[in-house]
Design a protein around this ligand. Structure first.
Ligand code: FES
Length: 123
């Protein structure tokens, strides 16, 4: 069973869409279920000022994307990097055991978006 929080974020997801000219983009997929999550971040002075997502996936993956993008807004890059898979699942009031991998997708896509941002800074 899903928690109320998961259902709420699934039926009313925040931050759906893309950020044109995003400072970082991270895509993560799960080859087993075929779901794919893409997270876009806009960064100013090392702080995430906006975040959006596009997810082709299950209800839990949609709720996770919505929660992750809410959690990172206003955070510094270092703070956002600390967000773990467990933290995302906890913020959603927990996920059923067979849906844990959906929260992994969120944290992994976020970390890839940050990696992408950092690589762009080096150039
Ligand atoms: Fe694969 Fe949820 S079933 S992300």
């Amino acid at each position: 069973m899903y928690s109320e929080k998961v259902m709420e974020h699934f039926t009313n997801p925040r931050n759906v869409g893309e950020i044109p000219n995003a400072d970082g983009v991270g895509t993560e997929g799960n080859p087993v279920c075929g779901d794919v999550m893409k997270i876009f971040i806009k960064v100013q002075d090392d702080r995430i000022v906006d975040a959006k997502f596009k997810t082709f996936g299950c209800g839990a993956a949609i709720a996770v994307s919505s929660m992750v993008t809410e959690m990172i807004k206003g955070k510094t890059i270092d703070e956002a990097l600390q967000i773990s898979k467990e933290a995302v699942a906890d913020a959603l009031g927990g996920l059923p055991a067979q849906k844990q991998h959906c929260s992994n997708l969120g944290a992994d896509a976020l970390h890839k978006a940050i990696e992408d941002y950092r690589q762009k800074q080096v150039k």
